[in-house]
Design a protein around this ligand. Sequence first.
Ligand code: G4P
Length: 530
Amino acid sequence: MPVSHPSSIRRTLAIISHPDAGKTTLTEKFLLYGGAIDLAGSVTSRRDRRATTSDWMELEKQRGISISSTVLQFTYGGFHVNLLDTPGHEDFSEDTYRVLTAVDAVIMVVDAGKGVEARTRKLFEICRLRGIPIFTFINKLDRPTRSPIDLVDEIENVLGIASHPMNWPLGDGPRFRGIIQRADGQLNLFEKTKAGAYRAPVSVMGLTDPAVREHVDGDLVDKAIEEMELLDIAGAPFDQERVLKGELTPVFFGSAANNFGIQLLLDGFLSMAPEPSGRKSGETLIEPEDKRFSGFVFKIQANMNPKHRDRMAFIRIVSGKFERDMQVWHGSAAKQIRLSNSQKLFAQEREIVDEAFAGDVVGLVGNQPFEIGDTLTTDSSIKFDEIPVFPPECFATIRGRTTATAKRFRAGMDQLVREGVTQLFESAAGTTMILGAVGPLQFEVLKYRLETEYGAEVVLEFSPWTVIRWLMAEGEPVGGVNAPTDDLPGGCALAKDSAGHWVVLAEAEWALRSFKRYHENWELAERLVK
Ligand code: G4P
């Protein structure tokens, strides 16, 4: 019998949701079912998070949001699952988007009482652009919910994706009695578990079994049967091909806090989710089975552990086998490096990684000059396409408060910009540092980290700009030391990006329109594709 490639049992996913829909709870429950922890909640429960005393956590505590993403790995049902956590707050969208470039599928958590919310929609669009499979978990069935038919309709109408419920709820809120598997009509009866701490016991019976009506009010059963008949007639049929193309989302119902429906979701997800996908290097698709090792950096984070000033670059392995201490080609630095300090993360714990395969994520600790999007490979001809940079929508100027800490300010800025906390620009005269970010909270994170991690007090002032465009001439970004024009309408300014390309910053679309009238011959690009 041929031995399957180790990457074929890898599944790499992220969970996306609007804040409070239950992403953290579901993550914990996955770990519980994966046997990675004994009691759900011991990894990331808010209570524990609050008890964590690191400085970095302090900001999370103040804000009540999750800032850093972590990679969690566990085994379940013979699969090796890599779960990439995505930060929950809207302002961290850029970081979240980058994480999404490193996964092969996502689970979208929807609060059954609220339906599809704004942030879910935004994240969903990014997944759609990548064409990755999207699974839906409709959570909090133990609370009063909207009608399940409405929820499924909303997913189809608002998100524009076909859906196929794999199971169906029997009641909701205080009358929530269980979940019916559509494929075989089996009912999993709901039992509340104490604080959701243990795997939920499951009693299963056929929906048509007369015993069901001893446990459940007849009207609920009749209603569920009627709704499922409607789905059979009017709903999209199940189609694995369409799932893999991201055109049809399998929908699961449950209650993460009560461990209910989690196992059905995990089993369903793992039976349908794709193996690790290849990645394009120019026109060539590098497949996971390719013997050459390759991977790319999708996230960098410094000072994760304040006790050890360190920096971790997260690598998604695309092909071949990773071995500790291996030599690889680091394309953007144009040199060979040794990957000696490789680690995998389990919440705050770290473990040395000796080997890993396509689909896995490895954290490299050290001071290598990695940047987001960098390729690491044993074959220097492989170079993965860049991870997209998102055009900033808010801007601020920043400077060190005192000259005494100027050196630390520069070191901190260099590091944090490299991590992608914010983008950095320079005023046309070269006198002012301008920060650009998708959301303003990123500025606060930068300021906080400069002060706490680098001891550099800063002055940060918001700028009025909301729109950025790169100046282009004949398809190329305009560079050069001197500003290409001083003929600017009101509400506009010129600045340079970190690569020395000229950009126009505008207060609003109207100002940008005036700029276009002044400079009809220039093309303006919303972003640069390297
Ligand atoms: P997030 O990561 O998507 O932001 O959501 P999170 O898991 O933190 O859940 C948000 C709140 O919803 C939490 O309550 C959590 O306990 C609750 N929750 C999650 N799943 C369910 C569910 O199936 N049923 C019900 N009723 N609630 C659920 P909290 O009060 O904000 O925090 P906590 O102290 O309970 O952890």
